[in-house]
Design a binder for this molecule. Structure first.
Ligand code: RIB
Length: 294
């Protein structure tokens, strides 16, 4: 079984600010750092750091050399990472004194996917292989349809949620990883129990991990429901905490770990990520997660 992550790769320009800007405000930032990021790349690197061989499929534009280097340094397979003309995907991220962030996304090369590229990549994968997706690349509906035809297991983190997701046939998804906001956007419900019930009603075959910020996370499938608390740490930067959780939780499924153990591993890994600056740079190695004493 192979693991493919078809996803975004961004250069993150991260600005330290006292508070997140309000409309019309001008504010001097205290520091600027440039990190490798993008939900897709973060999740591939989380999988690799968790010990899972992963193929990343994505497009790197001008100014994105560090993103390819990050894949190579972290043992992410780059056979399906192509270079394209035009600006690379990038973000402008504000991180405030409490470690909370807000992200302005420029899709750039991540929005240059073509059906021909999707076909070329998926031709190398087969029934039973896992495909992980987020919503920062174009052609998401086509990728889902083609992966489903091939009988791959589709895992979707529908983030950031926008209208593109409404063109996707989400009944083809085997596992959703969502937060409460995305849960509301998909189901129209605000309370976690109602989100879970609605997902079960709409997509009865799918499993779901619902992350609840400070209230932890819940996993639900046909056999049951499991809850996991967060591990409390001093928050430095929440960027990529969700991606770290996603990569580590999927690694636990691939390894066949019990659900509760997978949730615990993912919660620990994302707590460590929150305690550090940056996206890919903040993701811990498996050994560190396992030896971490809370
Ligand atoms: O999930 C965090 C990521 O979202 C950042 O690395 C940024 O690139 C945006 O895609």
């Amino acid at each position: 079984m192979k693991v493919l992550n078809f996803g975004s790769m961004n250069v993150d320009y991260v600005y330290q600010v006292d508070h997140i800007l309000i409309p019309g405000e001008t504010l001097a930032s205290k520091e600027r750092n440039v990190f490798c990021g993008g939900k897709g790349l973060n999740q591939s690197i989380a999988l690799a750091k968790a010990g899972i061989p992963v193929y990343h499929a994505g497009l790197v534009g001008e100014g994105g050399d560090a993103l390819l280097d990050a894949c190579r340094q972290n043992d992410v397979n780059t056979e399906f990472v192509h270079r394209v003309k035009g600006p690379c995907g990038h973000t402008v991220i504000q991180v405030d004194k409490n470690g909370q962030n807000c992200i302005l996304l420029f899709g750039g090369s991540n929005r240059c996917m073509t059906k021909a590229f999707v076909d070329e990549v998926l031709d190398a994968f087969d029934k039973g292989d896992i495909i992980l997706l987020q919503n920062e690349v174009n052609e998401l509906d086509y990728i889902i349809d083609r992966a489903y035809e091939k009988e791959m297991m589709i895992v979707l983190n529908p983030s950031p949620y926008d209208q593109a997701l409404e063109t996707c046939d989400l009944s083809k998804v085997s596992l959703f990883l969502i937060n409460e906001i995305e849960g509301f956007q998909i189901t129209g419900e605000e309370e976690p129990e109602k989100i879970l019930a609605k997902i079960k009603e709409k997509y009865p075959e799918a499993a779901i991990v619902l992350t609840l910020g400070g209230d932890g996370s819940v996993y639900q499938d046909k056999t049951g429901t499991y809850h996991q608390e967060i591990y409390k740490v001093k928050t430095v930067d929440t960027t990529a905490a969700g991606d770290t959780f996603t990569g580590y939780f999927i690694s636990s499924i691939i390894e066949g770990l019990p659900v509760q153990e997978g949730l615990r591993l993912a919660a620990k890994a994302s707590a460590i990520a929150v305690s550090r600056p940056g996206a890919t740079a903040s993701i811990p190695l498996r050994e560190e997660v396992e030896n971490w004493n809370v």
